[in-house]
Design a protein. Structure first.
Length: 296
């Protein structure tokens, strides 16, 4: 298929694009970068949707969005987090509407933040969410994508957990302290940490494009979530380093402000629909996943 990808130069895109190319797909990236560093196997990009040849795209993967943990959540930053997701998605749907031959599918990112604080409850795609900024952001983001259903396009929404992989994402920010033996659990460490290996994250997007019988919401996280304390222990084990320095909640809130909720929210997210539909994870256990990443 010929697939349009937004956010393709990011952490997930750099792994997803080579996977799609290896499966025989032809890719074109929509990016606002004038001279982007293209992922392996990608040679074509546009800076404006108007540059695309009409009716030339059979599928769309929407990964676009400013990094939610890159900066403190000022009012200005919150507005950017919303606009970079919602407005981009709205532009995609408007472009789809203008095509006489529509793409078959739109696979659009969302996040575990949809659910908010869930304590120790198992979180499936049917779980009722708790209110908060990340929930409101995800609701608007998903609604923008779902508008494509009225145009006859199959829509899949990917509520993503914490993506773990080499060379980027949250793990890259954690590793310096943990390598020095200065890492530790956050507060009590009892809040749930919905993780997913980068390889599986890329596989999920490719699988949703391929499997024409599936649509709707999918939790994208490993089938065995862990608490923050369990994750901390596993990362220390993978690095052969102690993890004895817990980070108190008060310090987190001083360092990160409102964004500290990203680090402390508890969501025991399970990929119920992916498993029911037959998706197979390469990395189901945190020890296995972290060992593969650290030793890569």
């Amino acid at each position: 298929m010929r697939i349009l990808i937004t956010g393709g130069t990011g952490f997930i895109g750099k792994t997803l694009c080579p996977l799609l190319v290896s499966q025989g797909h032809e890719l074109v990236l929509w990016t606002r970068q004038l001279n982007p560093s293209l992922p392996e196997g990608v040679t074509e990009y546009v800076n404006q949707l108007s540059e695309l040849e009409p009716n030339s795209v059979e599928a769309i993967i929407n990964l676009a969005g400013a990094g939610i943990a890159d900066k403190r959540w000022s009012t200005e930053r919150k507005n950017l987090l919303i606009s970079s997701r919602v407005k981009t998605t709205e532009q995609l749907v408007a472009w789809i509407e203008a095509q006489t031959v529509k793409p078959e599918v739109l696979v659009s990112s969302s996040a575990v933040g949809f659910y908010g604080e869930q304590g120790n409850n198992a979180v499936t795609e049917q779980t009722q969410p708790a209110t908060g900024f990340t929930h409101d952001l995800c609701v608007a983001w998903e609604a923008a994508a779902l508008a494509a259903e009225k145009l006859g396009v199959r829509v899949c929404l990917v509520r993503t957990g914490v993506v773990l992989g080499k060379g980027g994402g949250s793990l890259a920010k954690m590793l310096p302290a943990f390598r020095l033996g200065a890492g530790g659990r956050l507060c009590s460490g009892q809040h749930w940490f919905p993780w997913v290996h980068l390889t599986d994250m890329a596989k999920i997007y490719a699988w949703l494009v391929k499997n024409k019988q599936v649509s709707g919401v999918f939790n994208a996280s490993a089938p065995n979530p862990v608490t923050n304390a369990e994750f901390t222990k596993a990362l220390g084990k993978a690095l052969n380093r102690p993890t004895i320095f817990p980070m108190p909640e008060a310090v987190l809130k001083v360092l990160f402000g409102e964004m500290a909720e990203l680090l402390l929210v508890s969501a025991k997210m399970l990929p119920q629909r992916l498993i029911e539909e037959g998706f197979e994870f390469s990395y189901s256990e945190i020890d296995q996943a972290l060992a593969a990443i650290i030793n890569a």
